[in-house]
Design a binder for this molecule. Structure first.
Ligand code: NAD
Ligand code: UDP
Length: 389
C-alpha cells in the first residue's frame, strides 16, 4: 500500500508518526478514535481494554493493510503489571477507561469512584515518572449544576449566559450533597483532574484534559438483552434506541426537563486528533468538546428521536410515544441531575481552531439508521424468544 500522505500540524510542521497507548480503546469513543487514526494517519496504536468487540474489525486479526499499526492488549488496568511497559513504549498515552454510565453512579458508587480516580492514578504516575504526554478523558459533569439552577424558576438572570455557560478556566464545580451519590463520578473525575493539573505544575507532566459534552453516535453503549445485560441501563441515546426498536414508549426521567447539548462522535474525534497532533497548542489545557448549537431538553430529544426513527424504519410511531417515570423508579435512590450543559468554546477554538459541524437532526438520522440496521432483527428474535418462554 502507498504510504499515508505526510500530515501537517496547525503551524505547518510535519507530524512525526507517534506510538499511542490508548487505554479504554475498546469503548465507544476509543473505537471511533482507533478507526480514525488507522484511516487517516500513520500513528501506531497499542489498544488496551478488557474487551474488544467494538474494535474487532481492526484487531482480530488486524487486516493486512494495518499490520504493525495496531495491537490489542487485553488487560485490566486495576491489576496488571504490563501497563507501565506499554506506557513506556508509547510517546503518548490516552486514558479513556472509566465507568461512565449514570445508572452506575448511585448504585455502584464504590466501583465508580475506584474506576474514575484510583484506577487512573497509576496511569498519571507512570506518565509523569517516564516523561510521557497524557491526554486524559474527564467529563462535562465536573461542572455539576449551573449557578442559575439555584435561582427561582422564573428569575430573569437564569437567561444570562454568565449564569449557565460552562467555562474551563472560570466556572465552579457545583455538586449536590453526599447522599446524592450521582455526584460520585463527577467528584472522582474532578479530583483526578486536579491531580493531573498538580503533576503538571509541580513535576512538569505534559497533559491535556478533555471534557466531553454528550458525544453520541453509532456503537454507543449497548442494547439491553442484545449486546448487554437485559436489566442494564445505558446512557440516554441507547435507552431511547432500545425503546424505539422494541416499539415501547420512551421513558422521561422526572419530566425530561433537563437540557443537554449533543455532539456527533465524528466531529468530536476531529478535536481529539487535533490535540494529538498539536501538543504545543494542547498541553496544559482543559478543553470542553461539545456542540452548543445542539441544545434540547430530554423531552425534545425523545420527540426528535421518535420522528427520525419512524422515518428511517418505516414504522409508525406509537400514539403515546413517551411516558414519565420518576428518577427513583428509574435509577434508584441518590440520583440527581445536571440541569443544563452549554460548553463555552473559546479555548478550543483559539488553541485548535475546532468547531463542531453536524446538526442534531442529521446525527440522529445517521445514528438511528445504524441502530435500526444493526439491532432490529436481533431485538425481534429476542422478543419472540422471551414471549415463547
Ligand atoms: P465506554 O464505556 O464506551 O468506554 C470505556 C472503555 O474503558 C470500555 O471499553 C471499558 O471496557 C474500558 N475500561 C473500563 N475500565 C477498565 C479497566 N479497569 N481496564 C481496562 N479497560 C477498562 O465509554 P466512552 O463513552 O467511550 O467514554 C470514554 C471516556 O470519556 C470515559 O472516561 C468517560 O468518562 C468520558 N466521557 C465520555 C462522554 C461521552 O459523551 N461519551 C461524556 C463524558 C465523559
Ligand atoms: N434519561 C431519560 N430517560 C432515559 C435515560 C436517560 O429521561 O431512558 C435522562 C437522564 O435523566 C438525563 C439525560 O437523559 O437527564 C441524559 O442522560 P445520560 O444517561 O445520557 O447521561 P448524562 O447526560 O446525564 O451524563
Amino acid at each position: 500500500p502507498s504510504p499515508a500522505p505526510a500530515r501537517l500540524d496547525l503551524d505547518g510542521n510535519p507530524v512525526a508518526p507517534l506510538t499511542i497507548c490508548m487505554i479504554g480503546a475498546g469503548g465507544f469513543i476509543g473505537s471511533h478514535l482507533c478507526e480514525k487514526l488507522m484511516a487517516e494517519t500513520a500513528h501506531v496504536v497499542l489498544a488496551v481494554d478488557v474487551y474488544c468487540d467494538k474494535i474487532r474489525h481492526l484487531v482480530d486479526p488486524a487486516p493486512p493493510h494495518l499490520a504493525g499499526r495496531i495491537s490489542f492488549h487485553r488487560l485490566n488496568i486495576k491489576n496488571d503489571s504490563r501497563l507501565e511497559g506499554l506506557i513506556k513504549m508509547a510517546d503518548l498515552t490516552i486514558n479513556l477507561a472509566a465507568i461512565c454510565t449514570p445508572a452506575d453512579y448511585n448504585t455502584r458508587p464504590l466501583d465508580t469512584i475506584y474506576s474514575n480516580f484510583i484506577d487512573a492514578l497509576p496511569v498519571v504516575k507512570y506518565c509523569s515518572e517516564n516523561n510521557k504526554r497524557l491526554i486524559h478523558f474527564s467529563t462535562c459533569e465536573v461542572y455539576g449544576k449551573t449557578i442559575g439552577s439555584f435561582l427561582p424558576k422564573d428569575h430573569p438572570l437564569r437567561k444570562e449566559p454568565e449564569f449557565y455557560v460552562l467555562k474551563e478556566d472560570e466556572s465552579p464545580c457545583i455538586f449536590g450533597p453526599i447522599v446524592k451519590q450521582r455526584w460520585s463520578y463527577a467528584c472522582a473525575k474532578q479530583l483526578i483532574e486536579r491531580l493531573i493539573f498538580a503533576e503538571g505544575a509541580e513535576n512538569g507532566l505534559e497533559f491535556t484534559i478533555v471534557r466531553p459534552f454528550n458525544w453520541i453516535g453509532p456503537r454507543m453503549d449497548f442494547i439491553p438483552g442484545v449486546d448487554g445485560p437485559s436489566e442494564g441501563v445505558p446512557r440516554v441515546l441507547a435507552c431511547f434506541s432500545n425503546n424505539l426498536l422494541r416499539g415501547e414508549p420512551l421513558k422521561l426521567v422526572d419530566g425530561g426537563q433537563s437540557q443537554r447539548t449533543f455532539v456527533y462522535i465524528k466531529d468530536a474525534i476531529e478535536a481529539v486528533v487535533l490535540m494529538i497532533e498539536n501538543p504545543a497548542r494542547a498541553n496544559g489545557h482543559i478543553f470542553n468538546v461539545g456542540n452548543p448549537s445542539n441544545e434540547v431538553t430530554v423531552r425534545e430529544l425523545a420527540q426528535m428521536m421518535t420522528e427520525v426513527y419512524a422515518n428511517v424504519s418505516g414504522e409508525a410511531p406509537l400514539d403515546e410515544p413517551m411516558i414519565d417515570v420518576s428518577s427513583s423508579q428509574f435509577y434508584g435512590e441518590g440520583y440527581d441531575d445536571s440541569d443544563k450543559r452549554i460548553p463555552d468554546m473559546t479555548i478550543i477554538n483559539k488553541q485548535l481552531g475546532w468547531n463542531p459541524k453536524t446538526p442534531l437532526k442529521d446525527l440522529l438520522e445517521t445514528t438511528l439508521t445504524y441502530q435500526h440496521k444493526t439491532y432490529k432483527e436481533a431485538v425481534k428474535r429476542q422478543m419472540s424468544q422471551a414471549s415463547a418462554s
